[in-house]
Design a protein around this ligand. Structure first.
Ligand code: SAH
Ligand code: SF4
Ligand code: F3S
Length: 434
C-alpha cells in the first residue's frame, strides 16, 4: 500500500473535497497518513480567498519539492484546490516538481490522473467544464458532523471576491446523490449534516419546486435523531418559505450564516452586493421575530478600497445594532482578476486596515459576549463533540451553534444531552448536565 497526505488550507468546501480525495485514493490502494514525510503522494489543497492563503500554498510545496529533489525522486506532488483552478499551467512553471495541477472543477477525475502521473506524465487539469461526478467513496474526518456539498460556484461576482473564478458558475448536485450520501453518513453514525454551498439558497434539484426548502424536507423525513444545518446564505435570497421551513422541521437548526460584508450603503454598492443596510436589517429582524433564540452570524471586510473612517464606523454600528451573534472578519486583500483589485489608487494602507480590523474584532467580541449572556440560566440541548479526559470536560454545540463546556468524566461524544447554562464567556458557554 502507498501512503497519501493531504494538506488542506481552505474553507469547509475544501475540507469536504479532501474527504472525497482520500476516499477516491483509497480505492487506488493509498492509505491516509498524518505524516507528510512518510507519504508517497502529497496533495496541497489550496485556498485563494486572500493573498496570505495563496502564499501559504506555495511555501508548503517548496519544502516538499526539496524533499523530492534531495531524497525522494519517486514522490508525487499534486497542487489542487482554488489556487490550482485559477493558476493552471503557471503552477508548473513556478514549481517544476509538481506532477499534477488539479482544478476544483476536475476533482472527480483524480483517480485517472493519478494513474497517469504514476506512469511519469506531468498534467494540468483545470478545464472549466465540470467533470461528471458519480457515487464515490468518501473518507470523512471522524467527528459528529458530516459536510455534504449541495451546490458549488457563484454567479454574484462581488468586486473583491475570487470565488466565482475558482469555483466556477453555480451548479447544484443531483438530489439522489445528496440523499445517498446523507443516508450513508447517518448509517455510519454521524449526528449532524451540514449542507454546503457558496450560496445554498440557489439550490435547484432539477425539477420545478426542488429548492433548498424542498431538499430540507426530504432530509428531515429520514429516520433517526440528527441535526441539519446549511451554509452560506446570500442575504436577499432568504425567502419566507425558507424561514418557515426552518421553523416547521424539527431537525433543522435555528442558525443562519448571512455574510453582510459592510454596514455602509455606498461600500456595499461598490462591493456589488445587492442590498443596503436597511434591507439586510429587515431580513435579520424577520428571522429574529419568527424564530426565538436563533443565531445569526456574518462576515465583514475591513478596509475595502476607498472605505472612509465614517463608512467603516457604519460597519461597527451595524454589528452592534443588529446584535450579530458572531462574525468572521478580515482585512481586504486584493485578488488578481477581481474588479476592486484594479482600484489601486483607492487602496487603504496596511496600517489603517490593521487598525480597523482590530476595532472590528473588539466589537465582535462584545457582540459575542452579549449574545452568550442571553442564555444564562437557560436549559439547552447539546450535541457532544469531544471529551477531554485530562480536564474531565465534554464539549458540544447547541442547536443554535453555541459551544458549551460541561464538567463530566466519561466520553459521550455523539450523544444529545440537556445542559443548564451557568456562565457566559466570549467564545463559549459553561453548563451543567440536567
Ligand atoms: N459566499 C459567501 C462567502 C464566501 S468567501 C458570501 O456570499 O458572502 C468567505 C468570506 O471571505 C466572505 O464572506 C468575505 O467576507 C471574505 N472575503 C472574500 N474575498 C475577500 C478579500 N478579497 N479580502 C478579504 N476578505 C475576503
Ligand atoms: Fe464571493 Fe460574493 Fe460569491 Fe460570496 S456571493 S462567493 S462573496 S462572489
Ligand atoms: Fe473556499 Fe478558499 Fe476556495 S474559501 S471556495 S477554498 S478560495
Amino acid at each position: 500500500m502507498k501512503k497519501v497526505y493531504i494538506e488542506t488550507l481552505g474553507c469547509q468546501m475544501n475540507k469536504s473535497d479532501a474527504e472525497r480525495m482520500y476516499g477516491m485514493l483509497e480505492c487506488l490502494n493509498y492509505t491516509q497518513t498524518d505524516e507528510p514525510k512518510d507519504a508517497d503522494l502529497l496533495i496541497i489543497n489550496t485556498c485563494s480567498i486572500r493573498q496570505l492563503s495563496e502564499d501559504k500554498a506555495y511555501s508548503a510545496i517548496g519544502v516538499w519539492g526539496k524533499w523530492k529533489k534531495e531524497s525522494k525522486p519517486d514522490l508525487k506532488i499534486v497542487f489542487a484546490g482554488c489556487v490550482a483552478q485559477q493558476a493552471g499551467e503557471n503552477v508548473l512553471r513556478r514549481a517544476p516538481y509538481v506532477d499534477l495541477v488539479l482544478g476544483t472543477q476536475r476533482l472527480y477525475e483524480l483517480p485517472d490522473l493519478i494513474k497517469r502521473i504514476e506512469n511519469g506524465e506531468r498534467l494540468v487539469s483545470v478545464d472549466e467544464k465540470p467533470y461528471e461526478e458519480s457515487d464515490i467513496k468518501i473518507n470523512r474526518v471522524k467527528s459528529v458532523n458530516a459536510w455534504v456539498p449541495i451546490m458549488e460556484g457563484c454567479n454574484n461576482f462581488c468586486t473583491y471576491c475570487i470565488v466565482p473564478y475558482t469555483r466556477g458558475r453555480e451548479r447544484s448536485r443531483r438530489p439522489e446523490l445528496i440523499m445517498n450520501e446523507i443516508k450513508k453518513a447517518l448509517s455510519e453514525g454521524f449526528k449532524e449534516i451540514t449542507l454546503l454551498g457558496q450560496n445554498v439558497d440557489s439550490y435547484q434539484g432539477g425539477e420545478e419546486g426542488q429548492n433548498l426548502s424542498w431538499l430540507l424536507r426530504q432530509i428531515n423525513a429520514l429516520d433517526g435523531n440528527f441535526r441539519i444545518r446549511f451554509v452560506t446564505n446570500y442575504p436577499t435570497e432568504i425567502t419566507d418559505e425558507l424561514i418557515d421551513t426552518v421553523i416547521e422541521l424539527d431537525k433543522v437548526c435555528e442558525y443562519f450564516h448571512i455574510p453582510m460584508q459592510s454596514g455602509d450603503d455606498y461600500v456595499l454598492k461598490k462591493m456589488n452586493r445587492r442590498y443596503d443596510y436597511q434591507t439586510y436589517k429587515k431580513i435579520c429582524d424577520k428571522i429574529r421575530n419568527k424564530i426565538p433564540d436563533v443565531t445569526i452570524t456574518s462576515d465583514f471586510i475591513a478596509g475595502f478600497p476607498g472605505e472612509t473612517e465614517e463608512q467603516f464606523e457604519n460597519t461597527l454600528k451595524a454589528m452592534c445594532e443588529l446584535e450579530l451573534d458572531y462574525s468572521n472578519t478580515a482585512a481586504y486583500s486584493p485578488r488578481e482578476k477581481t474588479v476592486a483589485a484594479k482600484w489601486t489608487d483607492l487602496y487603504i494602507s496596511e496600517d489603517v486596515k490593521t487598525e480597523r480590523l482590530a476595532r472590528l474584532n473588539e466589537c465582535n467580541r462584545e457582540c459575542c459576549l452579549k449574545s452568550n449572556q442571553k442564555y444564562l440560566g437557560k436549559e439547552m440541548e447539546v450535541l457532544i463533540e469531544k471529551f477531554e479526559a485530562d480536564r474531565n470536560v465534554i464539549t458540544g454545540r447547541t442547536r443554535n451553534n453555541k459551544i458549551v463546556h460541561i464538567p463530566y468524566d466519561k466520553d459521550i461524544t455523539g450523544e444529545f444531552v440537556n445542559a443548564k447554562i451557568t456562565r457566559a464567556r466570549t467564545w463559549y458557554l459553561n453548563g451543567e448536565l440536567v
